[in-house]
Design a protein around this ligand. Structure first.
Ligand code: ADP
Ligand code: MG
Length: 674
C-alpha cells in the first residue's frame, strides 16, 4: 500500500471498504484523489432565509424557525413524526417519515435552519424530511454531492473528511506562483471546498481549484501544440491559384477567400498547419478544402480527404472532381465497399503519385495505403474522428499539414479551450442568394395539415425529411421508427415513396437508403436522428421534427441544415406538445434565427457546456469544477499564466516544471505522450 492518493484505491480510506468502494466506482471514484476531487455540485446556503409566510410554494428554500412543540408520532404503515415550528411570520409543520433519529435531534424551544420543499397551503405550511442545522451554524454552506445507490451525503462527507485527514495532497505550485495569482494552498482549498465555514471560504477555494483546472488544461493543450511546431516535410512555395478562382461556377464569399489565404499562408510555414475550418452547414467549406488541395497540387504534393461515411466521401468525390479535374488534378475514391481489385489499383496509383487527391473513408488509414508524398490531410466533420485516427492519417506523410472541417459552431470562449491546440478559420458568411429556412413551432394537432404540406411538395417533385421521435421509454429506436412508418400508411402520405433510416441499419444499408433519396427514388425520408451529417440533397425542402423538445438547440440546428441547400424556399417544422418554458425558449430561438453561432451561444446559456466536455469525442478531460458560463475571467487569467510558463519553457522540459508536466500528462491520460 502506497501513500500516494493518486494511486491508492479508495477502499483504503477509513470507513469505505470493498462494498462501498464498488458503489463509489460508479461515480467515477477509484482512487483517494478521485474521492477528494468529487466536488460538490452545489451547496445549501443556510444564510438565504425565507420567512414561513413568504416561503415559495413547492420550491426548495431555507426557513429559520423555533420548535414550538413536538406532536405525538403517528404509527401506521410507516411512522410519521411531526413538529410544529414558528418564525414569527407563521407556523409550519415539519414532517419526518420513519426517521426517528432526525426527529429526536430537534429540541423544543431551540432554533434551527430547515432546508426543504415548502409545501402544504397558506393556512398550514408543511415541509417534509428537511435537512436542518442549529441556527447558530447558519453561516455554514452544506455541500450537495452527486450520489449513487448505497451512498448517502453523510457517507461521502465522512469519507472525504477521513481522506483529507489521512493523506497529504502536496502543493504543485511554487510559493511565488501562488502569491502572483493570489491562490490559496491546495490542501486548504480541498478542505474548504468540501467543508466551507463561510461563503468567502468557499469562493476562495473554488477560485483556486478552478484555476488549477483551467490552467493545467491550457498548459497541456498549448504545450502539445508547441510540440507540433516540429518541421514539416511539406513546406510549400507561394503559387498563384487564380486558375482555381476563375474555374469556379460561383464567386467565393469573403469568408471563404480569407480562410483560403489563411490555409495557404500556413502551408508555406516551416511547421505543419493545424487548422480548424468551422462554418455552418452550407457555408461552403468544400470549396476552401478544394483550394488547399489545389495549392498542394501546384507544389507537387498529394492531398487526402477523409469523410466519416461512404456517402459523404462519394459526395466529396463528385464535388471536388467538378472543381479540380478541369485544372489537371487527378482524384480517386477509396472506400471499403469497392472491390479488392479496384482498391488495389487505386492504392497503387496513390503510391506511385499518379493520384493527387485521394478521397475516402477510414479505409484510407489502413496500413496498405501508402502515399508517394503526402502534404495535406483534410478531415471532414471532425467530431466523428478521434485524435488517433487523424494522427494515423498524418503518419502517412512527413508531418503533413492538417485541415479539419467542422459544421458544429462553437462559441469563441469554448473554442479557445476545446481547440486550444488548433488555429481556427471561421466561415461566418453564407453564399449569396441563400434563403434562410423558414421555421415554425407547432403542436401535434397540426399533423394532418403537415402531412398535406409534405404531400403537396412531393407532388411538385420536392423531397422531405421527417425525424421521428423516440415515443416511449423501453421501446427501441428501430421499433418506434417502424411504428411511425406504419402510422403514415393511414395518412395522405401512404403513396409517397418513403425510406427509413435508423441506427440498427448497417453502414452499407444506410448508404443505400441515402443514395436512393439523393437520386430522387425516394421522396420522403423517415429517420431517427441518424441522418448523415453533411449530406447535400438540394432538392429536399421540408424538415419536420417530431418531439422537438427532446433535442438540444445545436442538434435542431444541424437537422435543419439538411434543408435549404437549393434555391427553393425551405421549411423546418418543429412539433412538440411540451409547454415548458425551457422548450419554448429553444423553439423561439430556432424560429428567430438561422445563425449557427448565435444558436450555439444560446445553447450554451440554456444548457451549459456539459455536452462539450467529458465526451470522448474531443479527447478532452472533463471539467470537474469549472463553470464555463461564469468563470470567463479566470479563463483569460489562466491563459496568460500558461503562456507565461511556456514562454520560457515551451515543452515543459525544465526541472522546475517537472511537477506541472506530470500533472498535465495525468490529465490527458495517454494522449499527451502520443
Ligand atoms: P458545407 O460547408 O456545409 O460543407 P458545402 O461546401 O457542401 O457546404 O457547400 C454547400 C453548397 O454551396 C454547395 O452546393 C456548394 O457548391 C455551394 N457553394 C459553396 N460556396 C459557394 C459560393 N461562394 N457561392 C455560391 N454557392 C456556393
Ligand atoms: Mg460539408
Amino acid at each position: 500500500m502506497t501513500n500516494d492518493p493518486k494511486t491508492t484505491e479508495v477502499c483504503y480510506v477509513k470507513g469505505v471498504g470493498e462494498t462501498r468502494a464498488k458503489q463509489l466506482n460508479k461515480l467515477g471514484i477509484k482512487t483517494v484523489s478521485d474521492l477528494v476531487t468529487h466536488y460538490p455540485r452545489g451547496y445549501i446556503d443556510f444564510n438565504n432565509i425565507s420567512s414561513i409566510a413568504d416561503a415559495p410554494q413547492d420550491e426548495y428554500c431555507v426557513v429559520k424557525a423555533r420548535v414550538f412543540s413536538k406532536l405525538s408520532p403517528y404509527y401506521g404503515n410507516i411512522a410519521i413524526y411531526r413538529a410544529l415550528v414558528s418564525d414569527g411570520t407563521g407556523e409550519m409543520i415539519i414532517v419526518f417519515f420513519n426517521t426517528k433519529y432526525s426527529f429526536q435531534r430537534l429540541k423544543t424551544g431551540e432554533e434551527y435552519c430547515f432546508y426543504g420543499k415548502a409545501g402544504g397551503n397558506i393556512l398550514r405550511r408543511e415541509m417534509n424530511s428537511p435537512i436542518f442545522i442549529e441556527a447558530e451554524r447558519q453561516k455554514f454552506l452544506m455541500p450537495r454531492y452527486s450520489l449513487t445507490q448505497g451512498i448517502s451525503h453523510n457517507m461521502i462527507s465522512n469519507y472525504i473528511r477521513n481522506a483529507l485527514n489521512a493523506y497529504s495532497f502536496p502543493e504543485h505550485f511554487s510559493e511565488d506562483f501562488l502569491s502572483e495569482y493570489r491562490l490559496m494552498d491546495y490542501n486548504d482549498a480541498l478542505k474548504k471546498i468540501h467543508f466551507p465555514a463561510s461563503a468567502e471560504e468557499y469562493q476562495h477555494a473554488k477560485r483556486r481549484l478552478t484555476f488549477d483546472e483551467l490552467f493545467l488544461l491550457q498548459l497541456g493543450l498549448k504545450s502539445m501544440r508547441n510540440r507540433k511546431k516540429i518541421l514539416t516535410g511539406a513546406k510549400m512555395a507561394n503559387k498563384d491559384i487564380k486558375a482555381f478562382y476563375s474555374s469556379l461556377p460561383f464567386e467565393l464569399t469573403g469568408a471563404q477567400k480569407r480562410s483560403i489565404r489563411e490555409c495557404i499562408k500556413d502551408m508555406q510555414g516551416d511547421s505543419p498547419m493545424s487548422r480548424l475550418l468551422q462554418g455552418d452547414v452550407g457555408s461552403g467549406k468544400t470549396a476552401v478544402a478544394a483550394a488547399a488541395c489545389y495549392f498542394a497540387y501546384l507544389n507537387g504534393m498529394q492531398s487526402t480527404l477523409m469523410a466519416p461515411t461512404e456517402i459523404l466521401a462519394a459526395q466529396h468525390y463528385d464535388t471536388l472532381r467538378g472543381f479540380l479535374e478541369p485544372l489537371g488534378v487527378k482524384i480517386a475514391l477509396l472506400t471499403g465497399s469497392e472491390t479488392p481489385a479496384k482498391k488495389k489499383a487505386v492504392r497503387k496509383a496513390i503510391a506511385d503519385g499518379e493520384i493527387h487527391l485521394a478521397i475516402g473513408t477510414q479505409t484510407l488509414i489502413q496500413k496498405n495505403t501508402v502515399f508517394a508524398n503526402l502534404g495535406l490531410v483534410i478531415a471532414d466533420e471532425q467530431h466523428r474522428f478521434g485524435v488517433e485516427q487523424r494522427a494515423a492519417l498524418s503518419a502517412k506523410g512527413e508531418n503533413p499539414h492538417t485541415l479539419i472541417m467542422s459544421a458544429t459552431p462553437i462559441p469563441r470562449t469554448l473554442g479557445m479551450i476545446i481547440y486550444g491546440d488548433l488555429d481556427i478559420s471561421t466561415l461566418d458568411e453564407m453564399p449569396k442568394g441563400r434563403l434562410p429556412v423558414r421555421t415554425y413551432g407547432v403542436d401535434s394537432s397540426y399533423h394532418e395539415r403537415l402531412y398535406k404540406f409534405i404531400l403537396k411538395y412531393a407532388e411538385n417533385g420536392f423531397q422531405s425529411y421527417i425525424v421521428c421521435p423516440l415515443v416511449e421509454e423501453g421501446i427501441s429506436e428501430k421499433a418506434s421508427a417502424v411504428n411511425y412508418i406504419e402510422k403514415l400508411q393511414h395518412t395522405c402520405l401512404k403513396d409517397v415513396p418513403t425510406g427509413l433510416l435508423h441506427g440498427k441499419l448497417r453502414a452499407s444499408e444506410k448508404d443505400e437508403v441515402m443514395r436512393k433519396f439523393k437520386d430522387g427514388e425516394l421522396m420522403l425520408l423517415v429517420s431517427t436522428t441518424v441522418i448523415e451529417v453533411g449530406v447535400d440533397v438540394p432538392n429536399a425542402v421540408v424538415m419536420m421534427i417530431e418531439n422537438a423538445e427532446q433535442f438540444g438547440l445545436s442538434q435542431l440546428h444541424q437537422l435543419r441544415g439538411r434543408v435549404g441547400r437549393g434555391s427553393e424556399q425551405a421549411h423546418c417544422i418543429l412539433v412538440t406538445d411540451n409547454k415548458s418554458e425551457f422548450t419554448k425558449a429553444r423553439i423561439d430561438t430556432m424560429v428567430r434565427t438561422c445563425d449557427g453561432f448565435e444558436i450555439a451561444n444560446e445553447d450554451l446559456k440554456l444548457r451549459g457546456p456539459g455536452d462539450f466536455f467529458g465526451s470522448r469525442q474531443h479527447g478532452l478531460p472533463p471539467l470537474k469544477i469549472t463553470d464555463i458560463g461564469s468563470d470567463l475571467e479566470l479563463l483569460e487569467e489562466t491563459r496568460q499564466a500558461a503562456d507565461k510558463v511556456l514562454a520560457s519553457d515551451p515543452l515543459l522540459q525544465s526541472p522546475d516544471n517537472t511537477g506541472l508536466k506530470k500533472m498535465v500528462a495525468e490529465l490527458f491520460d495517454d494522449c499527451y505522450d502520443a
